[in-house]
Ligand binder design. Structure first.
Ligand SMILES: Cc1cc2nc3c(=O)[nH]c(=O)nc-3n(C[C@H](O)[C@H](O)[C@H](O)COP(=O)(O)O)c2cc1C
Length: 315
């Protein structure tokens, strides 16, 4: 009997959304080694009304309340067949305001997502600046609620110092320039995840491939961690946790005035923008020193927290 290669090949569904192409490059690098064993089906999430890129000063803040509260946007019809028996689901997303981006959280709220994820091994890939932990807690919850088995998480971040990457990401997102010009170019590095990190992330694909071949998916996260799939800085974790608490309050406060795009909420969005810049540039440097000292004194507790957020179980 002749068995065609196609018949024995496993199938992986890769769902992603990317504005600048950065997340797509990460996904392409990580999944490339899987090609020998898997037929890869890529599905790009497309909002019916695209979010602007580059953003304007206003649109960038306009998405804040909906990102944090995971309010859905309408999506173009998905092309994959949710009844198809995929062997692996890879979900790639970026973080907006410490939350899953609106297109991605909208996808996770579709019936198709529920059908395709149920009973399936799922791997998440995050490409963001450096704050993703609170977002991933919510993604863990959604995947588990849908009956999926989260077996791996890989996070590729911008490794520059926190305040430097705030400047460069804003410049990139609003001007559309990753590198900048003139004096800015002399002072600041290229925005986003480095090309080297994107290239080298292929090693994680190799690890996933080996785990699938040996059918040893339970240990996958630990092997990924050994190879550097996640770096958590305790100080950033503490800032993020407090920031997220405040974001929930602010987003509710703004949503009370109106839905996405409603001019009635402009004033509150402006207040939020001032708040955000004050926190980032004034309070977070002071907070960083305090958190650093707390973590030094409370080493055991910090280690436990990092271990928890590096794995895929939900508290
Ligand atoms: C509105 C907005 C908010 C963002 N907030 C965060 C954030 O809270 N944490 C973070 O690490 N990155 C944040 N980023 C960066 C994104 O996660 C991502 O790295 C960047 O948008 C590039 O992704 P792309 O592949 O869609 O172009 C934000 C980006 C945007 C546009």
């Amino acid at each position: 009997m002749v068995v065609s290669v196609r018949e024995v090949m496993k199938k992986a569904l890769i769902i992603y959304y990317s504005q600048s192409g950065q997340l797509f490059d990460i996904v392409a690098s990580i999944t490339q080694p899987l090609e020998t064993e898997f037929e890869l089906v890529f599905e790009e999430i497309k909002p019916k009304e695209p979010f602007p890129f580059p953003w304007t000063g206003t649109s960038f803040y306009q998405v804040f309340p909906e990102s944090v509260q995971e309010v859905k946007c309408e999506l173009e019809p998905l092309r994959f067949d949710p009844e198809e028996n995929f062997d692996l689901i890879i979900l790639a997303y970026q973080v907006w305001y410490l939350s899953p981006s609106i297109p991605f959280s909208s996808f996770l709220q579709t019936d198709e997502a529920m059908r395709v994820i149920r009973n399936k091994p799922v791997i998440t890939i995050i490409g963001c600046r450096n704050m993703w932990i609170m977002s991933q807690e919510r993604i863990k919850k959604r995947i588990i609620t849908m009956g999926g088995r989260l077996i791996g998480n890989i996070v590729i971040i911008d490794r520059h110092q926190n305040l430097v990457s705030v400047v460069t990401i804003m410049h990139w997102m609003i001007k559309g320039e990753r590198q900048g010009r003139g004096l800015y170019k002399k002072l600041f590095p290229r925005a986003g995840v480095s090309q080297k990190d994107i290239r080298e992330s292929a090693k994680f694909g190799e690890i996933i491939l080996q785990a699938c071949k040996k059918n040893k998916l339970e240990d996958l996260q630990d092997i990924l961690l050994e190879k550097g799939a996640i770096h958590i800085k305790p100080v950033l974790l503490s800032i993020e946790k407090r920031g997220y608490m405040m974001f929930r309050i602010w987003s509710e406060f703004i949503l009370k005035k109106g839905e996405y795009g409603d001019p009635a909420r402009e004033r509150r969005l402006k207040y939020f923008k001032y708040y955000l810049f004050t926190v980032i540039y004034l309070l977070s440097p002071i907070g960083s020193v305090i958190f650093y000292l707390i973590h030094k004194l409370n080493h055991g507790h910090t280690r436990k927290r990092i271990d928890y957020y590096s794995h895929n179980k939900l508290k």
